[in-house]
Design a protein around this ligand. Structure first.
Ligand SMILES: Nc1ncnc2c1ncn2[C@@H]1O[C@H](COP(=O)(O)OP(=O)(O)O)[C@@H](O)[C@H]1O
Ligand SMILES: [Mg+2]
Length: 248
């Protein structure tokens, strides 16, 4: 593979919920520095896959390697310490705490033995980077949706990940706001963090992703550049009749 280092390697990951195989034998590799998109119709298994990557769920079968280590049996916290950060689809900061305190929590959680003064400083730097510095002392519940998403990204970055997982962080944003969020994700990558994101807004996928993994009914349907996967007949078929379509 041309000497590129893998940051994430999923090998035959499956997750069963009772009679349903929500994720079925999913294999893919994410390389260092890559922005990788996971797309697919509703119910395709994208969020379940992310939950398998972050450690919310243990797989029914399959293995996961993070930065060369097998982390399949490691907890969410251990994976975070090993370099995996995550922002959630449903934003859930501590609403009564300030924006700065929320990010400080992330900074303390990421590295074991973190000290409060450094964590507060690092949190403030991240607020500047994510455009939230002016809101540092607001209660988290006072933020707008766009600011909430920025806070989620800042909290995840505070754990100093080498790989950042994002689940539909653009959902609900207006096009101009989504464009801003695209800029933020690009700057995250430029800082050396590999990004894996789930997204249903196709222009965002086209603009951001180096490579795209398409899921349908729990399985990987196609993998490649945006142009390659959107030209794939099975991908076109899987998207036919969905509200977004592929031209969105
Ligand atoms: N905790 C769960 N228990 C049972 N079924 C689940 C659970 N989470 C997801 N599912 C089911 O797994 C399938 C994949 O869901 P999900 O991963 O959320 O898809 P996506 O994020 O692509 O929309 C769906 O049929 C969903 O109903
Ligand atoms: Mg989902």
């Amino acid at each position: 593979m041309g000497g590129r280092d893998a940051v994430l390697r999923a090998e035959g990951l499956s997750k069963r919920f009772g009679g349903l195989l929500a994720v079925q034998n999913v294999t893919f590799t994410q390389y260092a520095g890559e922005i990788l998109a996971v797309i697919g119709p509703n119910g395709a298994g994208k969020t379940t896959l992310l939950n398998l990557l972050s450690g919310v769920y243990r797989p029914t079968s399959g293995r996961l390697h993070l930065l060369g280590q097998d982390v399949t049996d490691r907890s969410m916290e251990a994976r975070c310490h090993a370099g995996l950060g995550r922002a959630f689809q449903i934003v859930r900061p501590f609403p009564e705490m300030t924006v700065h305190e929320n990010v400080t929590v992330g900074a303390l959680f990421g590295k074991p033995g973190g000290r409060l003064p450094e964590a507060r400083e690092r949190a403030y730097a991240l607020l500047e980077r994510t455009g939230l510095a002016a809101h540092a002392d607001k209660a988290a519940h006072e933020l707008t949706l766009l600011q909430d998403k920025r806070l989620e990204v800042a909290r995840a970055l505070a754990t100093q990940p080498q790989v950042l997982l994002l689940d539909e962080v653009m959902a609900g944003l207006r096009p101009a706001e989504a464009q801003e969020a695209v800029g933020l994700v690009r700057s995250v990558r430029e800082s050396g963090v590999s990004v894996l994101f789930i997204e249903h807004i196709m222009p965002v996928v086209r603009d951001l992703a180096d490579r795209v993994v398409v899921m349908d009914q729990g399985q990987v349907l196609a993998e490649g550049t945006y142009r390659e996967v959107t030209a794939h007949p099975q991908v076109v078929a899987a998207y036919l009749g969905t509200e977004e379509g592929l031209r969105a």
